[in-house]
Design a protein. Structure first.
Length: 286
């Protein structure tokens, strides 16, 4: 029987990396959160502290579990040191193929060959990412978490062309320990979730652009009419308009015109209106 994973390193301390590190530490894993930007790591660690405190206040997390999670979690700005003991590396860097391939190569240079490499990409090909490390391709897998990670129950596992069944089973065991519900999909453009969610999101943007209705009413149509917990425009603000644009451009190239980014999305990104993280998107955020 394979030894269970105990040590997880998360690469990238943005919104997703922060959330992944939170659930990993809370699930009992020794967790390292890495980013080259010390200020970003500091903000992420503060965010994890705040979210865990909210969990305690709402009786979702016990004070004992919070304290234990924080003891298991540490930050690092030194890559080699951050991944040295990792049995699973979860990469949560921006949606750029070359960047993710570079991170994979760096992980291979600084970890044992049995280390599992999981990418949190929401649209890029797992098989293409794995091309950067052909001798370890069977240990490269997609681990698509959803924001906010500590609340959203889904983990989409993506099996690349050479990802082994053993790697899928190993990531499943991690997801179960994190309390996630899981689906397993093959490495197709947009997987299942991004492909479905983006179609709705882009059409909502076109409706907004055409003044069919205001953002609030477009969102309420999906929330009240289809029981979506959050409307597509508010969700876009939460994910980040720049992130949505990158995904749309990728799927437009791969799958055709249905994924063509609306002009309003391009304009808002160019103006720096990126959603919640910038304070302005389809909504104004305090």
């Amino acid at each position: 029987m394979k030894k269970a994973i105990q040590n997880i390193s998360v690469i990238g301390a943005g919104t997703m990396g922060m959330g992944i590190a939170h659930v990993a530490a809370l699930a009992g894993y020794n967790t390292v959160l890495f980013d080259i930007n010390a200020e970003q790591v500091g903000r992420a660690m503060e965010g994890i502290n705040k979210n865990l405190a909210k969990g305690v206040a709402r009786s979702k997390v016990s004070a004992e579990d919070r304290d234990a999670a924080l003891k298991r979690l540490r930050a690092s700005t030194q890559f080699a040191e951050a991944v040295a003991d990792a049995e699973l590396v979860i990469e949560a860097a921006p949606e750029q193929l070359e960047l993710k391939q570079k991170i994979l190569r760096d992980v291979c240079e600084n970890t044992q060959k049995q280390c599992l490499f999981a990418t949190n990409t929401s649209s890029l090909s797992i098989s293409r990412i794995a091309e950067a490390a052909p001798t370890r391709a069977e240990r490269v897998i997609g681990a698509h978490f959803f924001n906010p990670v500590h609340i959203m129950p889904l983990l989409e596992i993506v099996q690349g062309d050479r990802t082994s069944d053993e790697s899928v089973a190993l990531l499943r065991s991690v997801g179960e320990r994190m309390g996630k519900e899981m689906i397993v999909v093959r490495d197709a453009p947009g997987f299942a979730t991004s492909r479905l969610g983006l179609v709705i999101g882009l059409e909502a943007m076109r409706m907004f652009e055409q003044k069919v209705a205001c953002a609030e009413d477009i969102d309420r149509a999906m929330e009240l009419g289809y029981r979506h917990p959050m409307g597509p425009l508010k969700l876009t603000d939460l994910v980040g308009l720049d992130v949505r644009l990158h995904i749309a451009e990728h799927l437009h190239r791969e799958l055709g015109e249905v994924f063509a980014p609306p002009q309003v999305l391009r304009d808002m990104v160019a103006e720096g209106k990126l959603g919640k993280k910038s304070g302005q998107g389809f909504y104004r955020w305090e």
